[in-house]
Ligand binder design. Structure first.
Ligand code: SAM
Length: 249
């Protein structure tokens, strides 16, 4: 299958950097978090395990990636020590003996807000469909390396609608961590299909316009959290905050 949504298999074999050092703890720790375009869940799982969110949900349009994300959650859980130290047991152990079952979240000594219970995945085209967690909303939304794919598939209007939906599901003062791909990278991606090529021809909104579009929707730019990645993967990670009605900016 051609990955016209950026739904690459083995993405984290090519892109080793999970960018965790870019994410400030205060937007994740003890927060309700959504990761849109979670792929096979490596970033989402690492956040669930190491940043202590109350709950984090990864959503992806590709069902096979969501299945892989659940498997990754189990593998990471199986490798942790009984008191939660990551990568304590070698991967070979789970290969030989099978993964450790996840006990129910209400079992003695377990807390539903602690890894692995604080982590779930759903399959959805999140631009069009809601997931159950959307109803209560989020403190933080991550949209990492997903804007290009939504933009190429759904055009300027679709991308703006995506930004609006993020604004809608965020609580006042909530944060958006956005990692947009550069315009230069669109040219190669559009070759995947005739539809993407046709959409590419009529795009007017450039990634350099995203800060203005987000401002119009009701976000304030907070700070650039830095750039990560090598070569074509080199991208900025930006932090936005949902303006509250009493904001003076
Ligand atoms: C290039 S990968 C980025 C993965 C991850 N966010 C990261 O940066 O490490 C983009 C992911 O977004 C997903 N995606 C694209 N459009 C989507 C949509 N409308 N709803 C949910 N997921 C989507 C793709 O399936 C793919 O797994």
């Amino acid at each position: 299958m051609i990955p016209t949504h950026g739904n690459y298999t083995g993405y984290y074999k090519k892109r080793a950097a999970l960018r965790l050092d870019r994410f400030p703890h205060f937007v994740l720790s003890n927060k309700i978090v959504l990761d849109v375009g979670a792929n096979d869940g490596h970033v989402t799982t690492a956040i669930a395990q190491s940043f202590g969110p109350r709950a984090i949900t990864g959503v992806d349009i590709d069902n096979s990636l969501v299945d892989a994300a659940w498997r990754h959650r189990l593998a990471v859980w199986s490798q942790a020590s009984p008191d939660g130290v990551p990568s304590y047991f070698p991967t070979s152990l789970a290969h030989e003996l099978g993964p450790l079952p996840v006990p129910p979240a209400d079992a003695a000594g377990h807390d539903k807000h602690v890894f692995p219970h604080n982590l779930a995945f759903h399959c959805a085209d999140w631009t069009k469909d809601n997931i159950p967690e959307d109803e209560a909303g989020y403190d933080t939304v991550l949209a990492l390396s997903v804007t290009k794919w939504i933009h190429l598939n759904q055009g300027d209007a679709g991308l703006v609608a995506f930004f609006r939906k993020i604004h809608r599901v965020l609580h006042d003062g909530g944060h958006l961590i956005l990692e947009p791909q550069a315009w230069e990278s669109y040219a190669k991606a559009k070759r995947m299909s005739e539809d993407l090529k046709a959409n590419y021809q009529i795009l007017e909104l450039m990634p350099s316009d995203f800060p203005g579009a987000l401002r119009d929707i009701g976000f304030d730019f907070d700070q650039c959290l830095g750039e990560t990645g090598e070569g074509g993967f080199r991208r900025p990670v930006d932090l936005y905050v949902k303006r509250t009605s009493i904001s003076t900016k």
